[in-house]
Structures are given as C-alpha cells and as structure tokens.
Design a protein around this ligand. Structure first.
Ligand code: G1P
Length: 275
C-alpha cells in the first residue's frame, strides 16, 4: 500500500515574482485555498496519510498552514466564519506532516532524494503542487487512479498528457508501447526536448508513483538538462533495468506554475464553485 506522498516545495517560484518574494509559491491561492492544499487533499483522497514536504528557506508558511492557529480559532469561534476552516481542520486531523529542507537547488531528482529520510524503504507518491488536477468525470482523483494501477503492476508510474509539439520543451517527454488503452511501457524519456528531439507529444505532469530503488538510482544519476539532477533521467535508468509505466490520466490539469495556467485554474474553480 502507498501511504506516503512527497511534495517537492523548495523552488523559488520566480515566475510569480514579486508575489513569491516572501510567500512560497505553493501558498498562492486558487480561490481561497493554497495550491499545496489541493495537492494534499488529492493525496488523502487516494488513501495517503503521511505527507512529506521538501521545503527550503522562506517556506515556513507551509508548516504554519498545516497546523492549528489557536489565536485564529479563538477569534472566530462561534462566528459564521468558523466554517471557512472546516476543510483545513479535516486535513490536519487526517494526516501527519513531516518536513525536511533542501539546502541547495539541484533539480527535481535531487529534491526527491532529499526526501529519502522521510520516505524510507517503501513505494511512495510524488505531487508537484503547481500542477493542479481536478477530476469531475470519475470519482477518482489522478493519484487515486495511479495507485490502482500500481496495485496491478507494482512499478514506478508517471502521469502523462498530450501536449502540442511546440510545448515539449517545458516537460519530460516519454515514448513507449501501449500495453492497455492509455497505459504505456516506457522505452524512451527525455527531459525538456525541443520539438525536433521529442520522442512524442506525451508529456509528464507532476504526479509520480516511485518504487524506493529510485533513491539509489538518483544517487548515481549525473546532472542532466540545465545542470540539474533530473528525475526523468533516473526513471529512464529504471525503465531500462525493469519497467516504468506512463499513464494517460482522466481529468483536467492546470499548469499553475505559469500565470496563464493559474488564471485558467482560477476561472475553472470559480465556475465549479457556482454550480
Ligand atoms: C518537472 C519535471 C518535468 C515534468 C514537469 C511537470 O519540470 O522535470 O519532467 O514534465 O515537472 O510539471 P518543472 O516544471 O519543475 O521544470
């Protein structure tokens, strides 16, 4: 069973400056809820109860968010505003949060390796909170869908979606053999390729299930694209040694790491809230 989810959250969020100068980008709200809380709720819905968060300097607001604020509770007790805290209270009661700091920014692979002490020797999930996912059509969120698949195949899995070829340079891109509708056995993976070099238009989005042997593989992975240690490269090694799957998830995903995606997500969730 997958019980732990890792949230790499040490990045600077430079695309949202000046908003992210003193506020972690994971705390930017879509409507009234910070991005990272959407991710945590998706993990809870998938049966996960332990959240392992990789933070960095200037990210203490995340820890405070997933804790009780006695002063605030006292202030609003018995008022109509109390209901606004219902969801976050549930989150705090249902799960445990642990934190470790990534001291140097050396890439997503390095961030995941930093979480090894929090994860230990068990399969785990990874959520990149700035990929905000919603699933209106089926009752399962993206992570819940991936965990079901893990139970069948017991190997690392990445979530993918089709993107226009001119956008492959923003993503890890895979190629593979379709073994079931929407499920690919990966045989190639490239981090942020140009459209000419991309093996397909199937882009990795910020949801992963990883088996714990990935930690040793990351340790041996040399810096790749941008001089950073890439999880995409480590997963390619894992795919060569055994099997890694890519899963075309059901639902919607917003790239909240970009202003356009953030605005799109805000409009979408606003409309949904009025239904
Ligand atoms: C990271 C990964 C990339 C993946 C993307 C999904 O890139 O390195 O492979 O496609 O997340 O959001 P980043 O967006 O952190 O640059």
């Amino acid at each position: 069973m997958i019980k732990k989810c890792l949230f790499p959250a040490a990045g600077y969020g430079t695309r949202f400056l000046p908003a992210t100068k003193a506020t972690p980008k994971e705390m930017l709200p879509v409507l009234t809820k910070p991005l990272i809380q959407y991710g945590v709720e998706e993990a809870i819905e998938a049966g996960i109860d332990t959240m392992a968060i990789i933070t960095g300097r200037g990210k203490r607001a995340i820890e405070d968010h997933f804790d009780i604020s006695y002063e605030l509770e006292h202030q609003i007790k018995g008022t109509t505003k109390e209901s606004l805290l219902t969801e976050i209270r549930k989150v705090i009661t249902k799960c445990t949060f642990s934190y470790t700091r990534q001291v140097e920014m050396k890439g997503l692979g390095h961030a995941i390796l930093t979480g090894e002490t929090l994860i230990g020797d068990q399969p785990f999930a990874v959520i990149l909170a700035d990929d905000l996912c919603d699933n209106q059509e089926s009752s399962d969120g993206v992570l819940a869908q991936m965990i079901k698949l893990y139970e069948k195949y017991k190997c690392s899995i990445v979530a993918i979606e089709e993107v226009p070829m001119e956008e492959t340079h923003k993503y890890g891109v895979i190629a593979g053999k379709e073994i079931e509708p929407g499920i690919f056995m990966i045989n190639d993976m490239v981090e942020k390729p140009t459209s000419e070099d991309a093996p397909s238009n199937l882009a990795i989005i910020g949801r992963y299930i990883l088996t714990p042997d990935i930690f040793d593989i990351i340790r041996k992975t040399k810096p790749g694209k941008g001089g950073e240690i890439q999880i995409t490269d480590a997963l390619m090694t894992q795919a060569k040694n055994g099997m890694v799957l890519a899963y075309k998830f059901q639902g919607k995903r917003f790239d909240c790491g970009s202003v356009d995606g953030f605005v799109e997500a805000t409009n979408y969730f606003y409309k949904e809230s009025k239904k």
